[in-house]
Design a binder for this molecule. Structure first.
Ligand code: BTN
Length: 122
């Protein structure tokens, strides 16, 4: 069974706390990134997400969007929760980080993409 609620850490050392998913499948939480594309001081930032089939305890897909408190950027994550042997849960995700650029001429360099795996630490 996969439960998104809890404290998770990814391969960069970023920590994320996810609150309980409601019956409609929406959830929220806070994200403490270990790294940033800006030189500003990192602040804990909130996110809003949705999960598919919140009551069926399978391997749900989900997505969430982080509204960074210290930069003009937005990150969207999509992923799926898996359970391995011994009940170890992981969140396998991909993300897009959109940076604010001042001209549409700069849009070509405004989006970063990556993969990220979160494991439960609590
Ligand atoms: C910014 O740099 O403007 C905001 C912080 C972005 C952090 C990114 S989001 C994707 C990747 N995974 C993380 O845990 N942190 C970075």
């Amino acid at each position: 069974q996969c439960d998104l609620q809890g404290l998770w850490r990814n391969e960069l050392g970023s920590d994320m706390t996810t609150l309980a998913t409601n019956t409609a499948g929406t959830f929220s939480g806070s994200y403490h990134t270990a790294v940033a594309a800006t030189n500003k001081q990192i602040l804990v930032s909130s996110f809003q997400g949705v999960q598919q089939h919140p009551s069926a305890k399978r391997h749900p897909t989900f997505g969430f969007t982080v509204q960074w408190q210290f930069s003009d950027s937005t990150t969207g994550f999509v992923g799926q929760c898996f359970v391995y042997h011994h009940g170890k849960e992981t969140l396998e995700t991909m993300w897009l980080l959109r940076q604010e650029v001042l001209s549409h001429r700069d849009t070509w360099k405004a989006t970063r993409v990556g993969t990220s795996i979160f494991t439960r630490i609590k």
